[in-house]
Design a protein around this ligand. Structure first.
Ligand code: ZN
Length: 252
């Protein structure tokens, strides 16, 4: 079991004082390894929360550079960062925020071909990517690896977050129609920065609940946020027996 130094006990004092969390919850976070796909609107809200919370190791998977239209929602980047690597900037941001977190980066685009290799060896995969093709590749790899997969997304005024472990999986929810859909939802549809921020921070909360093992399990539940009408709802996703990732006839 990992131990916490005096400095870490101070740093995480507001967590440790929580009776449902305590030193045991903090140690479970420190022992956790997380892959974060995407350092865009969702990722740049997930990252500060997870880094501040003291996750042991976070690997950022991102191949993009900062552009001007990112800055309305991707709050870890500054105007001077335009044209620079998001993965490198996100890593620097995280390292400055908490030296006790082991931050790594993979400057690669996740695809069907490399997803299993990129995502092997983590306790949780958090997907903040902006298109269905990447999400389905990541989810299918997560099912094969047996790794919990937390999906977070937001477009226009609608946000969603769901944690999947084995069955149902993300593909049970969206089906097979989007495997070739790599369009950037934000560019196509528009999005408010506060929406991706809200969903990213909520995803970080769900990740912390899962990794620290606090609160009831919440797998297979889709949390939907309608920002225009300020309404949240949660629905249970039904496993699809014919799902080609997790169903009876899924390829081994
Ligand atoms: Zn499935």
């Amino acid at each position: 079991m990992v131990e916490l130094s005096d400095d870490e006990l101070d740093r995480y004092a507001r967590h440790i004082v929580l009776p449902q969390f305590g030193g045991a919850g903090q140690k479970r976070l420190k022992a956790s390894q997380v892959a974060l796909i995407g350092a865009g609107g969702i990722g740049s809200a997930v990252l500060p929360s997870l880094v501040g919370a003291g996750i042991g190791r976070i690997t950022i998977i991102e191949d993009d550079v900062v552009c001007l239209s990112n800055l309305s929602r991707q709050s870890i980047y500054a105007t001077d960062d335009i044209g620079k690597s998001k993965a490198a900037l996100a890593k620097q941001f995280a390292a400055e925020r908490n030296p006790y977190v082991d931050i790594r980066m993979k400057q690669e685009r996740l695809t069907v071909d490399n997803a299993e290799v990129l995502l092997a060896g983590y306790d949780l995969i958090i997907d903040g990517s902006d298109n269905f093709m990447t999400r389905l590749a990541a989810s299918d790899a997560a099912v094969k690896l047996g790794t919990p997969y937390l999906s977070a997304a937001g477009a226009q005024f609608q946000g969603q977050v769901a944690l999947f472990t084995a069955q149902p999986c993300y593909r049970c929810f969206v089906g097979d129609a989007f495997d070739a859909d790599d369009c950037d939802n934000c560019a196509e549809l528009g999005v408010l920065g506060a929406l991706t921020g809200t969903m990213g921070h909520f995803a970080a909360m769900q990740a912390i609940r899962h990794l620290a093992d606090v609160g009831p399990a919440d797998t297979g539940i889709l949390h939907l946020y309608d920002a225009l009408n300020a309404k949240w709802k949660a629905i249970r996703i039904i496993a699809d027996p014919a799902c080609k990732a997790c169903g009876e006839d899924a390829a081994p």
